[in-house]
Design a protein. Structure first.
Length: 276
């Protein structure tokens, strides 16, 4: 990647800034959007440490597509892409503007990958349920980049690296998913039990955290060939791959810190990460 060329491409739309952090947010249940709990407190505490971005680029587990798409509408709708929750959750609107300029810049940076400019999606709950705690005034434009389900972890890691020039243009890049995410095995009887995980979930969390803190990302990129515990933690890749985008943006000199680092209901983790 020619970073000078990349910066030149986007110099017209966004002012130069200090390098923005990169986030991975364990979003968990959509109810986190309207409940008060330790994880919501964690997101709010994180918000106090963040500079004001020019815009947000979110890679959410809930936009899993064939090929790569980026939202380009000026006013994205709030998508309630779930069922069986209280009406209060369906009533939530997050009226952040979009950023057609950032969508076009993102498309250009990802060349030669073909990126479709999408006018139909909006903001799914992987995006708005957590971003609303960071910027409750909805005063920062937000776009989403979809995850191509036909591609490998290595592909997504390398694709993320192409986005690095956005960080010095005030763009906050947020991956939203869950590292341990096996809905089929959720223990609803113990949903409110603090830091409760099955043995394999405890092992998976410890393994991933160790790799993260050591800066040893290759086993995480190659997650499909790892231990039985990780296979149970990641039965399908959509909630895990946003983490890979975050890791692709980390530079060697940067620090990675974890927060909300707890298991939930046996087979979920809320572990979140900030790179700065």
């Amino acid at each position: 990647m020619n970073t000078l060329n990349d910066l030149h491409k986007i110099s017209g739309s966004f002012s130069n800034t200090e390098k923005m952090p990169v986030l991975f947010l364990g979003h968990g249940s959509p109810m986190n959007a309207i409940e008060e709990n330790q994880f919501v407190t964690g997101f709010r505490n994180l918000a106090k440490t963040l500079p004001q971005p020019n815009a947000i680029l979110c890679i959410s587990a809930h936009w899993f597509t064939k090929g790569t798409k980026v939202t380009t509408m000026g006013m994205p709708r709030t998508i309630h892409d779930f069922g069986g929750f209280p009406q209060a959750l369906f009533d939530v609107q997050y009226p952040a503007k979009g950023s057609p300029e950032l969508a076009i810049e993102t498309k250009q940076l990802l060349t030669p990958v073909e990126v479709e400019l999408d006018e139909h999606w909006g903001l799914d709950h992987g995006a708005w349920s957590v971003i609303k705690h960071l910027y409750p005034e909805a005063n920062v434009p937000v776009i989403q980049l979809s995850i191509d389900y036909t591609k490998s972890g290595q592909y997504h890691f390398e694709l993320a690296q192409k986005l690095s020039a956005l960080r010095t243009k005030g763009i906050l890049i947020v991956g939203s998913g869950n590292i341990v995410h096996n809905l089929r095995l959720v223990d609803f009887q113990n949903f409110d039990r603090d830091n409760y995980g099955y043995d394999w979930a405890i092992e998976a969390r410890e393994t991933v955290n160790n790799y993260l803190l050591e800066g040893n990302f290759q086993p995480l990129i190659d997650f499909e060939t790892q231990s039985r515990a990780l296979q149970l933690a990641i039965p399908t890749p959509e909630h895990y791959l946003p983490l890979i985008y975050t890791l692709g943006l980390k530079e060697e000199s940067e620090e990675l810190t974890l927060f909300n680092d707890k298991l939930l209901a046996g087979s979920l983790s809320m572990t979140s990460m900030k790179i700065v």
